[in-house]
Design a protein around this ligand. Structure first.
Ligand SMILES: Nc1ncnc2c1ncn2[C@@H]1O[C@H](COP(=O)(O)OP(=O)(O)OP(=O)(O)O)[C@@H](O)[C@H]1O
Ligand SMILES: O=C([O-])CC(=O)C(=O)O
Ligand SMILES: [Ca+2]
Ligand SMILES: [Mn+2]
Length: 662
């Protein structure tokens, strides 16, 4: 046994020292039985020594290129110090003189000598007074970019409700909130955002002032620093190397750290060494509520974005999707500033390099339909479309799990394994077998897994300009056709409308479907006026000759209650025909009211379902429902009639005319 100098031991077979070994190996000419006391002895004298052998030190992080600061190479020790200082600066109070004392590593591992970084808030120049509070005497341990295995152990040790399921995923509870809280999302309104962002009726940007943001930030930071340990993730957004954003996520739960590990792009060891200062930081103090005496606070939850400070603060909700979608909002600001369009869409690519985008509101099928065994997955939810093509913003997928079945969605099923976070699912107490049909905790059960868990993921997650733009709507009224071909004006009309219909509660008998209109299929995340994104989409689709489609993944044969949801197998056939180009050249007829072009036949799908009218037993009910939905579309679009889309007046006119006509 020899030490290689890194505290690592290896067995050197050529240098056997000590007494000559008794030959126990079986040779050709002897038939003696091999006794088990002849096995290699344990290479330790004590239990502690044995345990120390078990954990090998991570490979020394020798950078390929040594990191430089202003052209000067820095030592590994110096780099570690800078990193710790950067984290300490992130966690610094803005009102007290001394920053928090942060040390790297798990407090449970006493053997490690803490490296301390002390930051001083920069706006105080005099020496710290002796009048310090207890908070300044305390250490906060930083668990920095832990691996999934380490995060599993942390979660199981410290977080009630964490379990390993039979397939190896980490089951966790997100707490009282099992979905996002859009009404508690606030954006600091300052001189810049005042003119850049979309404010007022219909906008998701609910205003707050800088001072209130700082109060909430201080509340979050104080909470985080009061803990024994906090998790810090340094990761990237956007696979386009020219437009990559560095994000830091500070959180109190292993669940949050693992979720973001899976959802953001994971840096390589070298990339991490050169990470430096993040472009944006999230402070997730979700366990801790906001203070209702604080101005603007209307509940105990607040999700606050400050674009000038490049920070986001989360108080009063542990739902991890807030971090994912908070960063998405950020991208909806940063990317358009660079003439890049940000999209709430899934994206995949065929063997021939044909790219398709899948837009749609929550639950309409972006993840389900972009995950396609015959195509390369670029991403399931958030993309950018730049002058070079498409790129995924994220490094993972976030699939709905309700009623998940191995047969219908095998790739998603198989991705739920070690490393995957499974939120709010119910499992059998003993076998830890998940029951995906169980809605006891919530209907919004979710799995967050790294994109490479999907076998045909395209890494890096980028692709050429899209050929097809598929708008998904889950129409619980059951009147939109399963598929229609759209012209550019219609595509824009439906993109700006952003329609889907959900069914409120299913407990007390049949409920009426409720229409939801969410501009750009993601009104909760956009930062600028919807027409800005629409104009960019129109310009890009025109330039690259992309075809628009409207696909109803919702009801057929009647509304919710009397009809049924269109079979996923049929929707997949429709999508296949769009990808292959077969549908582009089919025979079409035009529908009443919405004026949609629908194919008369399509391989693998019964022709009679292609026109919804045929599937409704009660024709009058069909017509009434169609007119009702048309009216809802018209009413929703009223707010957009005074806006010009892009520089082209004709396009605006055409878009306004592309809605329902009756
Ligand atoms: N015909 C169909 N087409 C698509 N999805 C269907 C269909 N029928 C049932 N489903 C189910 O609808 C759900 C679609 O959810 P999915 O996760 O794909 O939504 P999403 O658009 O990705 O939403 P989010 O933005 O919230 O992640 C899945 O549970 C899927 O199994
Ligand atoms: O953000 C979430 O919680 C899930 C999601 O993808 C969406 O709602 O679009
Ligand atoms: Ca999804
Ligand atoms: Mn989404």
């Amino acid at each position: 046994m020899v030490s290689n100098g890194n505290g690592e031991f290896s067995f050197d077979s050529k240098r056997r020292s000590g007494l000559p070994k008794i030959q126990t190996q079986k040779t050709d000419d002897d038939n003696v039985v091999c006794h088990d006391d002849s096995a290699t002895p344990v290479k330790a004298q004590t239990l502690d020594e044995l345990h120390s052998l078990q954990k090998k030190k991570s490979a020394p992080t020798t950078p390929i290129k040594s990191p430089h600061v202003f052209g000067v190479a820095v030592s590994e020790e110096e780099r570690q110090k800078q990193q710790l200082q950067s984290i300490s600066a992130s966690l610094a109070s803005l009102t007290r003189e001394t920053g928090p004392k942060v040390v790297k590593g798990d407090p449970a591992r006493q053997a490690e000598t803490p490296k301390v970084a002390q930051s001083h808030a920069t706006h105080y120049h005099h020496a710290p007074t002796l009048n310090i509070s207890d908070s300044a005497l305390k250490f906060t341990h930083i668990l920095y970019n832990l691996s999934p295995a380490e995060l599993y152990e942390q979660a199981i040790k410290y977080e009630k409700g964490s379990f390993i399921t039979s397939s190896g995923a980490l089951a966790t509870l997100s707490g009282a909130k099992t979905g996002r809280s859009p009404r508690d999302k606030r954006v600091v309104r300052d001189e810049t955002t005042e003119k850049d962002l979309w404010w007022g009726k219909g906008s998701p940007n609910i205003e707050m002032d800088e001072q209130t943001f700082l109060i909430n930030r201080e509340r979050a930071v104080d909470y985080l620093c009061s803990l024994e340990e906090v998790y810090v993730n340094d990761q990237f957004l956007n696979w386009d190397p020219n437009n990559r954003i560095k994000v830091r996520i500070v959180s109190a739960r292993a669940y949050h750290s693992l979720f973001m590990h899976n959802m953001c792009i994971r840096p390589t060891a070298e990339e991490l060494e050169e990470f430096g200062t993040p472009d944006f930081t999230i402070y997730n103090a979700g366990q801790f509520p906001c203070n209702r005496y604080t101005h603007y606070m209307t509940s105990s939850t607040s999700i606050d974005v400050n674009l000038a400070r490049k920070e986001m603060v989360i108080l009063g909700t542990q739902y991890a999707g807030e971090m994912k979608k908070g960063l998405f909002s950020l991208m909806h600001y940063l990317m358009p500033m660079r003439q890049i369009l940000s999209l709430h869409s899934g994206c995949n690519m065929g063997k021939e390099g044909d790219v398709a985008l899948f837009f749609g509101l929550s639950g309409t099928g972006k993840t389900t339909l972009s995950t396609d065994h015959n195509r390369y997955l670029i991403g399931d939810d958030e993309h950018c479309w730049s002058g070079h093509g498409v790129s995924n913003i994220e490094g993972g997928c976030y699939a709905k799990c309700i009623d998940l079945s191995r047969e219908k969605e095998p790739d998603i099923w198989n991705a739920i394994k070690f490393g995957t976070v499974l939120e709010n699912v119910v499992f059998e107490e003993h076998t830890r077998e998940v029951d995906y049909a169980d809605k006891s905790v919530t209907e919004n059960t979710r799995a967050a897994y790294p994109i490479e868990y999907i076998p045909n993921a395209k890494i890096p997650c980028v692709g050429p300009h899209p050929k097809n733009v598929i708008l998904l709507a889950c129409d619980a009224f059951g009147v939109l056709p399963p598929v229609s071909k759209l012209n550019l004006a219609q595509t824009m009309y439906h993109f700006i409308s952003g329609y889907t219909a959900l069914v409120a509660g299913t407990e007390d008998g049949i409920k009426e479907p409720t229409a939801t209109f969410s501009a750009c299929f993601g009104a909760a995340f956009i930062m600028l006026h919807p027409t800005k994104y629409a104009a960019m989409l129109a310009e890009k689709m025109k330039k690259h000759g992309a075809t628009g489609w409207l696909v109803n993944t919702g009801w057929s044969g009647g509304s919710y209650g009397s009809g049924r949801r269109i079979k996923l197998a049929y929707t997949r056939k429709i999508i296949d025909a769009i990808h292959s180009g077969a549908l582009l050249n089919a025979n079409y007829k035009k529908t009443e009211v919405f004026g949609l072009e629908i194919p008369t036949e399509l391989e693998g799908v019964p022709s009679e379902i292609l026109d919804p009218m045929n599937t409704w037993p009660d024709k009058k009910a069909h017509k009434d429902t169609l007119l009702k939905l048309g009216g809802l579309f018209r009413k929703n679009f009223e707010v957009f009639t005074n806006y010009k889309i892009g520089t082209d007046n004709n396009l605006t006119e055409e878009i306004l005319a592309a809605g329902p006509n009756f």
